[in-house]
Write a protein that binds this ligand. Structure first.
Ligand code: CUA
Length: 136
């Protein structure tokens, strides 16, 4: 009886740790991993961004698009795990070598949004930034 309870507690704790400790990506895709970052315009205020993470930069590191744009972001890494957070937006993905994550974001407010690596990735981690500039 006591042992059974311990097992239940252990499983519950591990489950919680997994839930709390790991950023669950919005969507794993079949999209093939890419080795080059780019911005593709798909339509008026409709963009696709291939965001490549590598020690210790995002590529492209500066993305300029008009405010009100819908952006479909695909992200991957060519070396280690990197984080991918957009300041001021509910975007928090992991860039994983060999896999591609995807998220759609609409940027209504003009301004500069910083892209931050929030996953420790080595000595240059603290300086791993990018920016998305929404022009009026
Ligand atoms: Cu890339 Cu931390």
């Amino acid at each position: 009886m006591g042992f059974g309870l311990m097992v239940v507690f252990f499983v519950a704790l591990v489950g919680l740790a997994v839930l709390k400790g790991i950023d669950v990506p919005t969507c794993f895709t079949d999209f093939p991993p890419f080795k080059e970052g780019k911005v593709i315009q798909k339509g008026e205020k409709d963009y696709e961004v291939h965001l490549l993470s590598k020690m210790w930069v995002f590529e492209p590191s500066r993305i300029e698009i008009p405010a009100g744009s819908k952006v479909t972001i695909y992200t991957t890494s060519i070396d280690v795990l990197h984080g991918f957070e957009i300041e001021g937006k509910a975007v928090n993905l992991i860039a994983i070598p060999g896999a591609v994550n995807k998220m759609e974001v609409v940027f209504n407010k003009p301004g500069t949004y910083r892209i931050i690596c929030n996953e420790y990735c080595g000595i240059g981690h603290y300086a791993m930034y990018g920016e998305i500039i929404l022009a009026i």
